[in-house]
Design a protein around this ligand. Structure first.
Ligand code: BES
Ligand code: ZN
Ligand code: ZN
Length: 503
């Protein structure tokens, strides 16, 4: 997909479709019979579509697509009306969503390119609005088709020309930034969508390294010997059952002064989670290839932050392994020594995410970061609590909570703060070691997981944990710009917004 923005509205042979936004008339909260509104129709278009608008065969309802195949007007062969409902200035997420709706109309109708008349929405569209719309289009154009011979690479070169009466430098920058953000989200989705046999810890690390070329991000990959040397007892333990070597992906970006403390991002990189000896049931186990989405998304976040040239230092740490049952695998009851000197019992080998993250959080804390965020497909309980709409997050730091809420508001991603308190910490006390890797009671499984992670974050480090078990991959086609089923790249946009706040 290629984007351009220009002042004038002119058709060309490869650009035969005109897209117009149409909104429902505002009745000040009451029902209104007034026709829907489409600003900026020229005289010819006005004449032809007047009836359709008055009769409401075009209603302007949100996400409505009315496509006139043979319109041949003002030099355009096709005219597509995109309903925006009662869209209000500043509602950027609706525009992102409309970008997704438009992309699916484009791909269904197999259009080579479209001219989008942004004036039909508003003549003074702010740069953020254009950014959100472009993000939606580009995110929706993602296909995981590497293994589908006859679909591979389709819709890649669709041309999107945006037309706006008052184009500023900010609009052009917004289009560039939207593409950077969407491309990195799509890269993270691709990492997550790749099957476990083709996205092992070592391949994951190599792909991260390859993607970082030319971005200014330094990548260091720790092998098993280094991981042992770093006393990452948790990662070594989970890796015992696997024939694939573990890796830790360390990425550093220095956009600020060399002495500035970084923000640290830690992600769960489980390339496949069978549950280990506490093996999972077979139905839907294939979904556990997505268990590295937290890792994939923090990798995407640092790449985007670097490409956007944000003036902030960032470090990423992603522990990566498979969780497999075997004669060498860890067993329930085993006791593990963590890097920070604490010990814990493995009472369920399927609660492995927190185990591999533990020492990574300690290493990140030792850097005294300005803030530490982790993202992990950590608990099935999170899917039960919040489904796949909101990402649940935990932090005891109320200032950090405010920052996160602001950042998510700006990114359009939906999040929900959940409680983490000393009761949850008491729940993970061990019988034969300091802690247990599972809670003593059945409830609040996501909170006890967070309480376990907290044991490895040094006191005083502002820390928040995002449990993306429900939102890390999309199901049900809720967001128009996500795959119907596949990795979503969730939290990358929010992490970018957070990084901006530490500049
Ligand atoms: N990767 C899973 C969490 C998960 C489950 C994510 C389903 C998405 C969908 C994690 O490693 C896990 O299995 N957690 C256990 C923890 C339990 C044993 C305390 C779970 O949630 O069942
Ligand atoms: Zn598990
Ligand atoms: Zn897992």
């Amino acid at each position: 997909m290629k984007f351009e923005i220009q002042q004038n509205l002119k058709s060309t042979s490869s650009l035969s479709t005109l897209v117009l936004f149409v909104s429902q008339a505002k009745g000040n909260g009451k029902e209104t019979n007034s026709p829907p509104v489409c600003h900026g129709l020229n005289a010819e278009l006005k004449k032809v579509f007047h009836e359709a608008l008055v009769e409401k065969s075009i209603t302007g309802a949100a996400s409505e697509v009315v496509f006139f195949r043979q319109a041949s007007l003002s030099g355009f062969r096709h005219v597509l009306f995109l309903g925006v409902g009662d869209w209000k200035d500043g509602d950027f997420e609706t525009l992102r969503s409309l970008g997704g709706t438009l992309e699916s109309a484009i791909s269904q109708a197999k259009l080579e390119g479209v001219m989008v008349d942004l004036n039909s929405l508003s003549e003074k569209l702010p740069a953020e609005a254009v950014q959100a719309f472009v993000e939606g289009l580009r995110l929706a154009a993602y296909r995981f088709d590497d293994f589908m011979e006859n679909q591979k690479g389709k819709s890649k070169d669709t041309k999107i020309v945006l037309s706006l009466a008052h184009v500023t430098k900010a609009h052009r920058t917004a289009i560039e930034q939207a593409q950077i953000i969407a491309e990195t989200v799509c890269f993270s989705r691709w990492l997550g969508d790749m099957p476990g046999n083709l996205m092992t810890p070592s391949i994951f690390a190599e792909e991260a390294k390859k993607a970082a070329k030319g971005t200014g991000v330094k990548v260091t990959i720790w092998d098993k010997a280094r991981i042992k040397k770093e006393k990452m007892g948790g990662l070594i333990a989970v890796n015992r059952g696997s024939n694939e070597e573990p890796r830790v992906i360390v990425m550093e970006y220095k956009g600020a002064g060399l002495k500035e403390k970084p923000i640290a991002l830690v992600g769960k990189g489980l390339t496949f989670d069978t549950g280990g000896i506490s093996i999972k049931p077979s139905p839907a186990m294939e979904e556990m290839k997505f268990d590295m989405c937290g890792g994939a998304n923090v990798v995407g976040a640092i790449l985007a932050i670097a490409r956007l040239k944000l003036k902030v230092n960032v470090v990423v740490i992603v522990p990566s392994t498979e969780n497999m049952p075997s004669g060498n695998a860890i067993k329930p009851g085993d006791i593990i020594h963590a890097r920070n000197g604490k010990t814990y019992e493995i009472n369920n080998t399927d609660a492995e995410g927190r185990v591999i993250l533990s020492d990574a959080l300690t290493i990140a804390s030792e850097m005294k970061p300005k803030a530490l965020f982790d993202a992990a497909t950590l608990t099935g309980a999170m899917m039960i609590a919040l489904g796949n709409i909101h990402t649940g997050y935990f932090t005891r730091d109320l200032d950090l909570k405010n920052e996160i809420e602001e950042a998510a508001k700006a990114s359009g991603e939906m999040i929900w703060h959940l409680p983490l308190c000393d009761h949850h910490t008491r729940d993970i006390k061990g019988t034969f070691a300091d802690f247990s890797n599972i809670g003593a009671t059945r409830g609040a499984g996501s909170a006890t997981a967070a309480a376990f992670l907290e044991q490895f974050v040094e006191k005083g480090v502002p820390w928040a944990h995002f449990d993306i078990a429900g939102t890390g991959w999309a199901t049900g086609g809720r967001l128009t710009y996500n795959s119907k089923k596949g990795a979503s790249g969730v939290m990358i946009r929010t992490l970018i917004e957070l990084a901006k706040r530490y500049q």
